[in-house]
Each structure stands twice: as structure tokens, then as C-alpha cells.
Design a protein around this ligand. Sequence first.
Ligand code: TYD
Ligand code: MG
Length: 451
Amino acid sequence: MAKTKSLHRCTECGAETPKWAGRCDGCGEWNTLVEELDIREAGASVPSPSSVPVSMSEIADDSSEARSTGLSEVDRVLGGGLVSGSVTLVGGEPGIGKSTLLLQLVGAAARGGARCLYVSGEESVGQVRGRADRLGAVHPDLWLVAETVVPHIRAHLDQVKPDIVVIDSVQTLQDPALSSASGSVSQVREGANSMTQYAKQHGTAVLLVGHVTKDGALAGPRVLEHVVDTVLEFEGDRHHGLRLLRASKHRFGPTTEVGLLQMDHAGLAPVDDPSGLFLADRVTGVSGSAIVPTLDGNRPLVIEVQALVAESQLANPRRSAQGLDQGRLAMLLAVLERRCGLSVLGADVYALAVGGARIGDPGADAAVALAVASSLTGNPLADDLVVVGEVGLGGELRHVGHIDRRLNEAARMGFRRAIVPGATVDAPDGLQILRAPTLAAAIALADVGPH
Ligand code: TYD
Ligand code: MG
């Protein structure tokens, strides 16, 4: 093979130059030149096409024989397991547990009969082996190599021929044919391209670890998100044991499911009773707390939301929302002020979802609003009460999806009464339904208004 050379291409106008420069000669833009491999140098004259157009009706559906990973929560998020030839990017902050998760995954997959290779670019094989021992992931069909040079990894892949390969991490990949430093956008992109090519040619499932920067972007490689088939985000509060795994992109299934795992001394374990975990530290009889049966993906979760209303010393009162949407909180405060006659707009308001949960579900509106009302008046909600419903700008309580699943979960957790939107029909056994057409009616039913 001819020696590969690299060139620099402008991301704006596409002009090429052999050397990097701060400004593109073609269009005059600054900082738009990105290094890439010059494939013409590698001796590739344009070949005649090997692909043939076929009528859609004559094509057999060979899509997605998903293979279980051996980790139930990962299978849940992937909709069954890993598809052969697929490329999955697992993103998360440093220290969140990506290496732990993937080492456990290949350990479990090897026990399930898959041949696996773990490529570590950040830790020595001795360190990984030590961790694998603790995680119970040691298996003869799990192979391990510490390597960062892409052509060498390709050679190891050809030797081991794994069903599943983990690259930990994509940011350590480097191709000596590129002059840019490892971790740069061009190195990461070319490394990922090379792994993707291998996956498609050999039917190997590739898992790429990607570190995420502070602002939440997958470092540099936003570019990777459209190269890969699946993007999994691994998140959680590092100070809590709870970890959430979500798919933000998935070519082989829906992106609605959430995996819940807990980090302890023996690695990550599935959470059997998430609602129980979220409610574990609950203190009853305190104002500013409300319980909501939310839905995360297809899984019902009973979560506590808390609010604290304090007199403000500021011209622009403070608004803080943790695990809740900031804009949504501002809207709820306006509705409380204008539709329910509660004076909150001049006060500092802090609101949060307990236990590091992140609620995107509008069904939590009513609970957040009642928690704020309760904190303002000092009147707590009853211990056995849950609240669910979306709040509209008119102050009405709107119907939310899968109310039956939410209420069943609340009943299972031992709650006895539920404030619900007016249109809700049936209640599960043991749960009394209190219908509230408006937020003001909900405040009255929960008895958290001014006395
Ligand atoms: P790690 O998988 O190295 O994170 P990442 O690859 O995302 O950077 O895990 C980081 C943390 O997890 C580490 O600080 C220690 C903790 N941990 C446990 O609590 N229990 C365990 O069994 C393991 C392996 C790690
Ligand atoms: Mg790691």
C-alpha cells in the first residue's frame, strides 16, 4: 500500500491545502481548516460501483438480529441488545463509570458466548485486569490489549476476530498518518471512521467510549454522532450512586427507554425498585415537597420534587431549577401568581427533583406548582398523596399520557390518594382519585393554600 498522506480541508468552502493555516485561502474564513487523510495518495482511483440498485420489494429484511449484552439495563435501552456490525458511542463525563460499564458488558457477553476484545488507551492491561477481577469479568473469551495506534488496533482485530470490541476511549485513538495531536477532531474522526469501516465489513459490534466536555457536547466529536448508529449517554450525579443510561440516537429502535444502574463496590448493578430508591430519604410532614408519578421512557418512576420560596433581596429574584426545566418553572410561577392568587413572582424560588433525577415530563408540572405553593404557605402536603398533571397557561390541569401506569406505580409504592386532571377515568385498587380541573382546585384539594 502506498504511504498515506494527509491534507487540510476547509469546512466552509472545501478548499484543500497541504499545510495548516489560520485562514483559508479559498474563502478567507478563520480556523476552518481540518486535517484529513488524502485517500487519493493511498492509490485509490475511482472504481466502478460495486453496489446495484434493487427494487425495494425484492429486498430481504436482514435488519437487526439484536444479541443480548448480558446486562439487562443496557439491553433495555438498546431494545434487546447489540446488533452485529453496529457502532455505538457511549458518552459521559470522566469518572461516571463508562469503563466500568463496558468492562462488565464484555465480561457478561463473553460468558454468553461472544468473543470480545477490550482495547484500552487509558489504562494498562494490569490495571484493567485488576478491575475485571473485582467486577467478575475475567473470561477466556475476553481479550485485552493496551493500544492507541489505529493501524495496530486493526491488526489486533484481524487476529482476535471479536464479535464485540470496546475502544476506551475514542479520544486516545491516533493515526500516525495524520500530523495533528491525538484527541484532535481529525484524529478522533479518522479513528472512528476506521472502526466503523471495520464494523461494517466484519459484522463486529463496536462500542466507542467518548468523554464529554463540561458543556455537555461529546468532546470534539459532535462529528461522530452522525457516523455512528447509536449514541448512548451515561449520566448521573457522581456523588450519588445512581446512573442513568439513555439513547439519544438509535438506528435500530426507539430512544425512549432509560436504563437505571447503581454503582457500588462491585461495579454497576441494575436498580430493581427505582421508585423505592428515589423515595428512600424522604422526610414527611415538611412543607415544599410533593410526590409525582412520572414516566421516563416506558418506565413509571415515583419521584419527590421540592421547592423553597424565600424572601428576595434582589431586583431580579433568583430562580434555581435542578433536574427540572428552568423555563417551565418560570411559567408555573407566573400561573400561580396570575391564576391562583399566590404571590411568588417577587420571591427567590429554588426547585429540584430529589436524588439526581432529571424530569422532562410535563406531568410533573402540578407537583412542582404544589411544592412551591406549599413552601410559600408553610402547609405541607399529606404523606399519602401524589399529584400528576400538566399545567396550562389558563391555569387548567391537563391530561397526561399513561395515567394508569403512573397510578399503578404510585399505588405499589403505598400511596393512597392521587390528585389528577379532571378527565382521568379509573383508579387502580387502593388508590382514591381526587379530580382537579384547575391548578387552583388542586391547591384546594391538597390543602396547601393560605389558611
Ligand atoms: P470509571 O469506569 O473509571 O469511569 P470513566 O471510565 O467513565 O471515567 O469509573 C469511575 C469511578 O467508579 C471510580 O471513581 C470508582 C468508581 N467505581 C466504583 O465505585 N466501584 C467499582 O466497582 C468500580 C470499578 C469503580
Ligand atoms: Mg474510563
